[in-house]
Design a protein around this ligand. Structure first.
Ligand code: IMP
Length: 421
């Protein structure tokens, strides 16, 4: 049965651990959005990795890892990850890079600096928005272009010509030349050229033969370019709604769609955050939960679980169940809050607004649950957890109308409770 793993918040929900666990059973793992802005923490046989681009299938020899057409790929980052994981598993990970996936070039990263967009939105400064913008403006460079160096160089020359005219004062841009960029790209890509191809047909064949394909989402639904807290979002669709377009298969048959939900909320970068905690509690949770960005090291802003947002993100993902992560981080709190509605202009509302300025004006309405003082030890079943923790899980299920199939109570793969739904 094919499965999708999808973030329900602003990223950093713990998708890396869950994807890595589920990838063990998959024949193909497909990452379908974003680029090296993502940071997935994975513990594989006791070794901790922070991956950015490579799908979790790479940890399992023989499993095909696909970087789908909806992604933006930085070849330097990818090459480093292949080498690190290859050394760990003892062989080269099996990869397929969609010929229509876009490449991040050095000028994309430079543009975030010179335009100041990185600072304004608090982006990861990995060149994500400029690369997706080039895709939409039809001046992008794609993985398939690497197979035809003359086309590659001509496309870079066209884009660079425009940039040289637009940014006369930027030395970093002026000193770039198409021939140098193209030859550097070709040299880096050389070992990967045999892995560039038709991802749509490969995914289609795997799905049609009933194989287990795992779709690995990056970021979270609240960062979705259409359905998130625009403009404080990333530049790609991050939800199941965007998956079909990325892989080129309409309405793919994926019966298990797991929305990943951290037991509290975090966000990095700018933008409204109705359930953000006060500084003291936010600092405490950040330290307990190790809430610092895998990609940028930035401290994450912390807040209570926001079920108004989650009901919205469950819907855009068509999620069939949830995986609740980092429940252990809440151990020892006297009480735990759940945001069940917003107050907007004196009215109570359940609707999640899609504009950042309206969300900014929303005040959270909370339900307060008792906390628990015990830690979870080696709990294997939900029944092994303190009653108040089980009540918390049950309340989240009731208020979202969605079952929790997996509860994660620590970073290691063994610290996971699987429930039969
Ligand atoms: P960009 O994706 O680098 O353009 O950044 C846009 C917004 O998305 C910023 O607020 C980033 O912090 C956020 N963001 C992008 N990727 C991730 C992620 O994987 N986890 C958490 N936040 C992310």
């Amino acid at each position: 049965m094919s499965t999708a793993v999808l973030g329900l918040q602003w990223g950093d929900e713990g998708k890396g651990k869950i994807t890595h666990l589920l990838a063990r059973e998959a024949e193909m793992v497909v990452r379908f959005n974003g680029g090296p802005n993502a940071g997935h923490t994975v513990i594989d046989r006791g070794v901790k990795f922070g991956t950015h681009l490579i799908p979790a299938g790479a940890f399992y020899p023989g499993t095909l890892s696909v970087l789908a057409g909806g992604m933006v790929v930085d070849l330097d980052v990818l090459t480093t990850e292949i080498a690190e994981i290859g050394a760990h598993i003892g062989e080269e990970p099996k990869l397929l890079i969609a010929e229509n996936a876009h490449l991040i070039l050095p000028y994309h990263r430079i543009l975030e600096e010179v335009e100041g967009s990185g600072a304004h939105f608090g982006t990861t400064r990995r060149g994500i928005a400029p690369a997706y913008r080039d895709r939409a403006a039809k001046v992008g460079v794609r993985a398939g272009d690497l197979l035809r160096p003359d086309v590659l160089e001509a496309r870079i020359a066209h884009r660079l010509g425009l940039l040289h005219r637009l940014w006369p004062e930027s030395e970093a841009i002026q000193e770039l030349t198409a021939s140098k960029l193209a030859s550097e790209l070709v040299a880096t890509a050389e070992p990967l050229l045999g892995s560039i191809g038709d991802a749509t047909s490969a995914i289609d064949a795997a799905l049609s033969s009933g194989g287990h394909v795992l779709f690995e989402g990056a970021q979270g639904a609240l960062l979705d370019v259409d359905h998130g807290t625009y403009p404080y979002v990333t530049s790609s669709p991050t939800t199941f709604a965007g998956l079909g377009n990325s892989i080129g298969i309409p309405n793919p048959e994926v019966p298990r769609r797991i929305g990943i939900l951290k037991a509290y909320t975090t966000r990095v970068g700018a933008g409204p955050f109705p359930t953000e905690m006060d500084e003291a509690l936010g600092n405490e949770l950040r330290e307990r939960g190790g809430e610092f960005g895998v990609t940028t090291g930035r401290p994450r802003r912390c807040g209570w679980l926001d079920l108004v947002a989650i009901r919205h993100t469950l819907r855009v993902n068509g999620a069939t169940e949830m995986a609740l992560t980092k429940l252990d981080t809440l151990c020892g709190l006297d009480e735990i809050r759940l945001c069940t509605a917003y107050e907007l202009c004196g009215e109570r509302t359940q609707r999640f607004p899609l504009s950042a300025d309206i969300l900014e004006a929303c005040d959270p309405i909370y339900e307060t649950l008792p906390g628990w003082s015990e830690t979870f030890g080696e709990a294997k079943e939900l029944e092994d957890l303190p009653q108040a923790a089980r009540d918390f899980v049950g309340r989240v299920e009731v208020l979202t109308g969605t079952p929790v199939g997996i509860v994660s109570i620590g970073p290691a793969p063994e610290e996971t409770i699987h429930r039969n739904l």
